[in-house]
Design a protein around this ligand. Structure first.
Ligand SMILES: Nc1nc2c(ncn2[C@@H]2O[C@H](COP(=O)(O)OP(=O)(O)OP(=O)(O)O)[C@@H](O)[C@H]2O)c(=O)[nH]1
Length: 316
């Protein structure tokens, strides 16, 4: 190839380097900038002329210097490419994201490849950083993750009460049962039922009944610990599992709930509705063979509370 054609080849290669839709930066061993393409100028607002032969980090103090230095050092040393993904670190250079408002990020998500550049003698004298704008991919992924999270929440939650639904309860209590059985741990199951609820429906209607269920659930949600879990077990029946708690300690929550619900006034269409609950408590014991067995124990205790006059707790 003669000088003229290699010069023109160099010219169009430089044209491509400048206009390609990715950031290209070439650094020497002192991390001084030797090439800064149009993508980098346009997004950073700093021209190639101003960057030329100056240390990269002096222009961009917000760069993760220690982390990036060690990445670049390892490329010089090992002569291998290095790659970083937006999932590890959303961006390297803090460039604005010009996408229509997404609410997810105001910055451009970036992947980066660092490649060693060898001289004719094989010595790695420079590295090139290639910055890819992956904002669209990242935003789609994050939106999908959010939607999946929302769907998972919806599929596990009872709409009226915002408590776990029966299906999700089954999963939770199943794994709690396995945990306590295997490690001989302590855990207590509590079943709650609104007293004479049929009368509430018959007197005030189903909408008022729903309001009562929703208020009772609110009290439950606000009363249990973060480590406990609760669910709407059936129509007006609720279940709470108190992990690492004995039946005698569960009594404290049972009484707190009983009193709180007894003193809650539900207003509906000019009516003031007041309800009470009955509670059955069953601590996990070594002879409990299954979740069904454990639940039956709590149900028997609940039945005892109903039989003894309601608005009270019983322990099996
Ligand atoms: N409004 C409303 N009512 C419901 C819902 N689910 C179940 N119910 C009603 O709750 C009532 C439960 O009645 P029962 O199981 O006979 O018991 P109770 O009247 O509460 O009496 P005790 O439990 O013996 O104190 C029934 O009338 C059901 O129709 C619901 O989601 N909304």
């Amino acid at each position: 190839m003669d000088n003229q054609s290699s010069l023109s080849e160099f010219h169009w290669i430089m044209n491509m380097v400048q206009t390609i839709d990715a950031g290209l930066v070439v650094l020497d061993k002192d991390l001084k900038v030797q090439l800064w393409n149009d993508f980098m100028s346009n997004h950073s607002g700093v021209s190639a002329k101003d960057m030329q032969d100056t240390p990269l980090f002096s222009h961009f103090p917000e760069l993760p210097e220690a982390w990036l230095r060690s990445k670049i050092d390892s490329v010089f040393l090992l002569k291998n490419n290095a790659f970083t993904s937006w999932e590890q670190r959303p961006y390297i250079f803090r460039f604005n994201n010009y996408r229509p408002v997404t609410g997810i990020s105001e910055f451009m998500f970036q992947n980066m490849t660092i490649i060693p550049l060898a001289s004719l003698t094989g010595e790695v004298t420079h590295v090139s950083l290639i910055i890819y704008d992956v904002t669209d991919i990242a935003i789609n992924r994050l939106q999908l993750d959010k939607a999946n999270e929302k769907l998972a929440h919806l599929s596990q939650t009872d709409a009226l009460t915002q408590l776990a639904n029966r299906h999700h309860w089954n999963t939770l209590i199943d794994s709690e049962f396995k945990r306590v059985k295997r490690y001989e741990q302590i855990s207590t199951l509590m079943m709650l039922d609104i007293d004479h609820f049929k009368k509430v429906n018959d007197t005030y209607g189903h909408v008022a009944g729903d309001k009562v269920i929703s208020e009772v659930s609110r009290v439950i949600r606000e009363s249990v610990r973060e480590t406990d879990f609760s669910a709407r077990y059936g129509g007006e029946e609720f279940a709470i599992c108190l992990t690492n708690t004995t039946a005698s300690c569960a009594v404290i929550l049972a009484e707190r709930l009983r009193k709180a619900i007894e003193s809650t006034l539900v207003l509906d269409d000019g009516n003031v509705i007041q309800v009470t609950i009955s509670i059955g408590i069953a601590e996990f014991k070594a002879d409990v063979e299954s979740v069904d067995h454990w639940t039956k124990n709590a149900d028997s205790a609940l039945y005892k509370s109903k039989e003894s006059g309601r608005n009270q707790y019983s322990i099996l």
